[in-house]
Ligand binder design. Structure first.
Ligand SMILES: Cc1cc2nc3c(=O)[nH]c(=O)nc-3n(C[C@H](O)[C@H](O)[C@H](O)COP(=O)(O)O)c2cc1C
Length: 160
């Protein structure tokens, strides 16, 4: 079972959540941070950059919510990365407003399903505009990842 965590983060919130997810996976996952430009908005995305996801069974994708949607850089990555078809994907989105959760979840699901992959699970972590992420929230992200792994491993064993 091979897992990877791919995320983008401008001010560090999603990065902290990604680190907690890695702890929940007991440090077993590969980890890739997608770079953002200094102003946080990528106007262009290089299609030549594809990270081949073929070797991975479980893919965690994280990013921050921007105008109630998946950040455009992560969205562009989902649309163009290599071999996402048929994969199980777990979304972790951070955002300042709880009312964005449903919108960003729908956006994420649509992006993933448009690539022929499935959303295995999803979590939205509120960052409350400027306030720091609490330890409790980071611990629950860690528990979320451990719980996903517990449910995913028997699922893959049953299929093989
Ligand atoms: C331009 C901009 C738009 C944003 N729009 C939303 C939004 O629609 N909904 C939301 O919940 N948070 C929104 N946020 C807040 C960020 O998603 C939140 O602070 C996030 O945790 C930042 O993640 P990062 O620290 O990993 O960069 C917005 C932030 C910026 C700068």
């Amino acid at each position: 079972m091979k897992a990877i965590i791919i995320y983008c983060s401008k001010t560090g919130n999603t990065q902290k959540v990604a680190d907690s997810i890695q702890q929940g996976l007991k440090g077993s996952a590969d980890m890739v941070k997608l770079d953002l430009t200094p102003d946080g908005i990528v106007k262009d995305f290089s299609p030549s950059f594809t990270l081949d996801l073929a070797p991975y069974d479980l893919i965690f994708m994280g990013g921050w919510t921007m105008v109630m949607k998946v950040h455009p850089y992560m969205a562009a990555y989902i649309q163009r990365c290599g071999n996402l078809e048929g994969k199980a994907v777990v979304g972790f989105l951070t955002g300042g407003a709880i009312f964005s959760r449903g919108h960003v979840r729908d956006d994420f699901t649509e992006l993933i399903e448009s690539r022929g992959a499935q959303v295995f699970d999803f979590t939205f972590i509120t960052t409350l505009l400027g306030a720091t992420l609490t330890k409790r929230k980071l611990r629950s992200a860690e528990e979320f990842a451990a719980n996903v792994m517990d449910r995913f491993e028997p699922h893959t064993q049953a299929e093989s």
